[in-house]
Design a binder for this molecule. Structure first.
Ligand code: CIR
Length: 258
């Protein structure tokens, strides 16, 4: 079974109240509440047998607590992405500095212009990576990503997004062949070989759960998903993410797990 040793998170900054939002979940985040939710998130991760590295808040980048997007970290290499959201593009600079503590120079790769890619569009299933082609991740970004992965013996395939922000907004792999799927991903042919739990529409946000060493962290307030994940046999921890949800962010967005 896969085992994550490390997790990287970044503290939310005050400017998060100016973060990008689709408005799907109304309201602006309350900073103090976000900080205490982030504390609980770190505590939950710490219970999963990983070393949590907490990076300081970065006020210049309102969305910088969503560290999943500027990098993709695998067992064999780190890929610094090229975020498609202009206000987020330079989040890569400080993430790369943090990643250098864990990967040798020759295993740090980059997605470069005109390719764009955000980590929220990448779902790792063993040695295969699904990549969402989205408003943030373009065809050239996926081409570069696939070429990098091939060097390390990994494979990759594209999933075309229709509605959601990132691939993992709507589909997440929980290891052991289990997949949470919602909305536009429910009937996709490429996911049919997995044991799929189809998320009811009113709990769509909770498609974004994270597996960390056989514990699954589930957002608070989604009883059907909570019951389904327990039924799959995982240890479960719930964390309230209401303030991050207002910025379309979920549990996976808030960390790099490797
Ligand atoms: C954004 O729009 O970029 C942020 N407000 C939310 C990023 C969520 N990240 C993710 O799904 N990986």
């Amino acid at each position: 079974m896969r085992k994550f040793q490390n997790v990287i998170v970044r503290r939310p900054c005050r400017a998060m109240t100016e973060g990008i939002t689709s408005g799907l979940y109304p309201g602006r985040p309350d900073y103090e509440t976000a900080l205490s939710q982030h504390d609980a998130y770190i505590a939950a991760l710490s219970e999963c047998g990983v070393q949590v590295t907490v990076l300081p808040a970065e006020e210049a980048f309102p969305d910088s607590c969503f560290v999943e997007d500027p990098a993709v970290l695998t067992e064999k290499c780190a890929i610094i992405t090229n975020p498609g959201a202009p206000s987020r593009n330079k989040e890569t600079v400080s993430i790369e500095a943090a990643v250098r503590r864990f990967y040798p120079e020759n295993r740090i790769e980059h997605i470069v212009d005109p390719g764009t890619l955000e980590g929220g569009d990448v779902m790792m299933c063993g040695d295969h990576f699904f990549v969402g082609r989205s408003a943030r991740t373009n065809a050239e970004g996926i081409r570069q990503f696939a070429a990098i992965l091939a060097k390390y013996g990994y494979t990759c395939s594209e999933v075309k997004l229709e509605k959601v922000l990132h691939l993992k907004t709507g589909v997440n792999y929980l290891e052991r062949n289990n997949l949470l799927v919602s909305g536009e991903f429910t009937e996709k042919a490429e996911f049919r070989t997995y044991n799929r739990f189809v998320i009811p529409e009113e709990e769509a946000y909770a498609a974004n759960c994270i597996w960390v060493n056989d514990t699954v962290i589930v957002p608070e307030g989604y009883p059907a998903v909570l019951a389904a994940v327990k039924q799959m046999g995982y240890r479960v921890i719930t964390v309230d993410t209401s303030e991050f949800r207002k910025l379309d962010g979920g549990l996976s967005c808030l960390s790099l797990r490797f």
